[in-house]
Design a binder for this molecule. Structure first.
Ligand code: NAI
Length: 363
């Protein structure tokens, strides 16, 4: 029997080709992993009547560890995001997104080492929405007016932003525990508490209380308003260490940080809960590159690097990261996005699988 059984969700768009490259690199490290492949997304709706069959969740619950490719979400109508649903169903409350510089990636900066800890289950992503003109929306509008909370235009659609003490306590604790375990120095809570007093205000209050519990840990704590954070991230990316954020700001700042380190092709991630962990890149399914053997699998492969660490396979994780640093550092066998950032042209770029071959040779 394999030492580790991991649920593999290839996803759609560029997902299958990226996960194929990823499994080849992981297997080449020699770790003993068996992949239990399951499908989710638009392609399975006809067969299962849902884009997220219960069997997918059962596989993750059983194996406790999964890695996935991106899954397309229809814009506007259609089903809700499968990616968000997986996080909610398995209560993967912490979204961990380390963003560090890889020299040779063509990024504007080369001294970045930021860790984003994004709350994954509540805030505007809770999916509690009221359609414009619906009876529920009109009731809610009347309720707000009757309570003197404020006037909402009758032709409004409404999305709720719940933030709880429970949700905030556990994500801020996660950020501090991560900081301690990984030798970091500072945790910054990011919010808009000056405007959103009931939701972000609570987030900040609870974050400060949790920080008190950790006051002897040696980890510094500060808080920052999200708009100022965006500007200072661009001006002084080297200032930041571990950032803990409610869901929506975490989403946006993750992409900003991805941009700082060279783009979405590189940005890795993990969704972690009490029982299970699901690893996935920050980027989506990039449909226009699907099936072209062009997309950069680094984000998927570095998500696997995080997974290997989680599985206790630190040696294999280090080898994967070193191989990425070596190949991107040399700049000879890199995908179109990195090539373009470095040289201004995609000439000389290699495909997804050829890049994975170069990584395997560099392990
Ligand atoms: P996206 O991240 O898929 O792509 C935006 C652009 O980033 C691409 O056009 C491409 O230029 C670049 N890019 C992304 N990944 C790349 C890679 N590996 N290598 C090279 N370039 C890459 O974002 P978009 O277009 O907003 O979303 C497409 C679909 O993906 C949507 O349906 C969205 O809902 C879904 N999505 C899924 C996520 C997930 O599975 N966790 C996360 C984000 C979006």
């Amino acid at each position: 029997m394999a030492k580790h059984t991991v649920t593999l969700i290839p996803g759609d768009g560029i997902g299958p080709e990226l996960t194929a490259a990823m499994t080849r690199v992981v297997e080449a490290t020699g770790v003993d992993i068996e992949w239990e492949t399951v499908e989710a997304g638009a392609d399975v709706v006809e067969k299962y009547g849902t884009p997220l069959p219960e069997s997918v969740l059962d596989s993750v619950r059983k194996n406790k560890v999964a890695i996935k490719g991106p899954i397309t979400t229809p814009v506007g109508g259609g089903f809700r995001s499968v990616n968000v649903a997986i996080r909610k169903e398995l209560d993967l409350y912490a979204c961990l997104r380390p963003a560090f510089s890889i020299p040779g990636s063509g990024a504007r900066y080369d001294d970045i080492d930021i860790v984003i800890v994004r709350e994954n289950t509540e805030d505007l992503y809770a999916g509690i929405e009221f359609e414009e003109g619906s009876e529920s929306a009109l009731e809610l509008i009347k309720f707000a007016a009757d309570r003197g909370a404020g006037i909402i235009r009758p032709d409004s659609g409404i999305s709720l932003k719940p933030i709880s003490i429970t949700g905030t306590e556990r994500i801020v604790r996660y950020a501090f525990d991560y900081a301690i375990a990984n030798g970091r120095k500072k945790v910054t809570a990011v919010h808009k508490a000056n405007i959103l007093k009931m939701s972000d205000g609570l987030f900040l209050k609870v974050a400060r209380q949790v920080a008190e519990e950790y006051k002897d840990s040696g980890i510094e704590f500060e808080d920052y308003i999200v708009d100022a954070t965006c500007m200072q991230l661009v001006l002084h990316p080297e200032w930041w260490d571990v950032l803990v954020l409610p869901n929506l700001y975490g989403d946006i700042i993750s992409d900003l940080s991805a941009g700082l380190i060279g783009g979405l092709g590189i940005a890795m991630g993990a969704n972690i809960g009490t029982d299970c962990a699901v690893f996935e890149p920050v980027h989506g399914s990039a449909p226009k590159y699907a099936g072209k053997d062009m997309a950069n699998p680094t984000a998927e492969i570095l998500s696997a690097m995080l997974m290997l660490k989680h599985l206790g396979e630190t040696d294999a994780a280090d080898r994967v990261l070193n191989a990425v640093r070596t190949v991107i550092g040399k700049g000879e066998k890199v995908t179109y996005d990195v090539r373009r950032s470095v040289t201004g042209s995609t000439d000389g770029a290699v495909g997804t699988q050829a890049y994975a071959d170069a990584l395997i040779a560099a392990l």
